[in-house]
Design a protein around this ligand. Structure first.
Ligand code: ADP
Ligand code: MG
Length: 312
C-alpha cells in the first residue's frame, strides 16, 4: 500500500469521511468524557460506532466501564496493529452497536516504537493509524478517536486519521490559550503534510457553570483570539456537575445511562429506614447533563451533514 514515494502510505480518504478526533493540547477539558458520550449516544441511536482510545492512560475504558475487565489489554492490540499497519481489531460490542479499541500503557509507548521503526519517515509515522483504521472503517457509520493532551505524536496520529476535529474547552482563559494553541499547531501541521481535508467541526464548551450568553461570548472571544475570527463553536454547552462526573466514571456508565439508572433510585422511605443507602442514589442532574450531551451530539451530526453537503 505504498505510493510512488515509498515512504508515504496511500490513504483512501473517502473511507475515513466519518472519523472525528476529539483533541485539545490540555488535559481535563472533557475530551474523554465527550468522546465516550458522543460515541455511546450515536450507538444508542442505532449507528454502528467505533471508539478508539489513543491514550496512554486508557480513561475511555473507564468511562465505558471496561477498564480492568477481560477486554482490557492495556492498549496492546491497538498499539501493535498501528505499528504494523494491520487492521484495527476492536473489542466488540462494549455496548450494542459500539465497538472499542482499548488504550493504555502500550499506546503510550507507541510514538517511540514508530519512530524507531520508521526513522526519518515523519509522514508515514503520522499516517499509521489512518492505515489501520481505513481497513475497518467500512464497518462503521461513525468513528470517534479520543486523544491525549501534550503528546504531539499521538495527536498527529489521531488528526491524520480524521476528517473532523472537535475541541472541547473549559471556560477559563488560560486553558483556552494553552490548550487551543497546542492543538491548533498540530492541526495546521497535519493538514499541510498529510491530511488537507481535515476540518475543525467545532469547539465545545465543557463543564461550564453557566451557559449564559455572556460566558459564551467571552469564550468565543478567547477562542477567536487563538483560532481566528469565525472559528466554529457549538451552541450546546455541557453543564458542570461534579456528581454526574463522579458517578458516571465510578460506575462506568455514560451520562444517558446514568439518567436511566436514576429511574431505579431507591424510594425515599427505604433510605429513611436504612434498607437502602445514599450511595445507591443517582443524581437527578444526570438528566440535564444527558440532555446537553444529546444536544451536542445532534449538533455535531447536523454540522457534519451540512459541511459534507457543501463539498458536493
Ligand atoms: N459535566 C461535568 N461537569 C464537571 N466535571 C465533569 C463533567 N463531566 C466530566 N467531568 C470531569 O472532568 C474531568 C476531565 O474530564 P475528561 O473527559 O477526563 O477530560 P480530558 O480527557 O480532556 O482529560 C474528569 O474528572 C471528569 O470526570
Ligand atoms: Mg482524557
Amino acid at each position: 500500500m505504498l505510493s510512488d514515494d515509498e515512504d508515504i502510505p496511500v490513504v483512501d480518504r473517502a473511507s475515513l469521511g466519518r472519523v472525528i478526533a476529539v483533541a485539545n493540547g490540555k488535559g481535563g477539558v472533557g475530551k474523554t468524557t465527550l468522546a465516550a458520550n458522543v460515541a455511546g449516544l450515536a450507538a444508542a441511536d442505532g449507528a454502528r460506532v467505533l471508539a478508539v482510545d489513543l491514550n496512554g492512560q486508557g480513561n475511555l475504558g473507564l468511562d465505558l466501564g471496561i477498564r480492568g475487565g477481560q477486554a482490557d489489554d492495556d492498549g496492546r492490540a491497538l498499539a501493535e496493529a498501528i505499528a504494523d499497519g494491520r487492521p484495527l481489531a476492536p473489542v466488540r460490542s462494549v455496548r450494542p452497536e459500539l465497538d472499542m479499541c482499548v488504550g493504555g500503557t502500550s499506546v503510550g509507548h507507541l510514538p517511540a516504537l514508530l519512530s524507531n521503526r520508521y526513522q526519518f519517515q515523519a509522514e508515514r509515522q503520522a499516517l499509521m493509524l489512518a492505515v489501520s483504521l481505513q481497513q475497518v472503517a467500512g464497518d462503521y457509520d461513525l468513528v470517534v478517536i479520543d486523544s491525549p493532551p501534550e503528546n504531539p505524536p499521538l495527536q498527529q496520529l489521531a488528526l491524520a486519521a480524521a476528517r473532523w476535529l472537535v475541541v472541547p474547552v473549559r471556560s477559563d482563559r488560560a486553558s483556552i490559550h494553552d490548550g487551543l494553541g497546542g492543538i491548533a499547531r498540530q492541526f495546521a501541521l497535519v493538514r499541510k503534510k498529510v491530511n488537507p481535508g481535515l476540518e475543525l467541526l467545532g469547539v465545545a464548551l465543557f463543564a461550564s457553570g453557566s451557559s449564559s450568553r455572556a460566558i459564551r461570548r467571552e469564550v468565543r472571544h478567547d477562542v477567536e483570539e487563538v483560532l481566528g475570527a469565525g472559528a466554529p463553536m457549538f451552541e450546546a454547552v455541557v453543564r458542570h456537575s461534579e456528581a454526574v462526573a463522579r458517578q458516571s466514571r465510578s460506575r462506568g456508565l455514560l451520562v444517558h445511562e446514568l439518567e436511566q439508572a436514576a429511574a431505579a433510585n431507591p424510594a425515599f422511605w427505604k433510605l429513611r429506614t436504612g434498607e437502602a443507602s445514599r450511595d445507591q442514589v443517582v443524581t437527578a442532574t444526570s438528566a440535564s447533563v444527558a440532555e446537553d450531551m444529546a444536544a451536542l451530539t445532534r449538533e455535531m451530526f447536523g454540522r457534519m451533514a451540512e459541511l459534507e453537503g457543501d463539498g458536493q
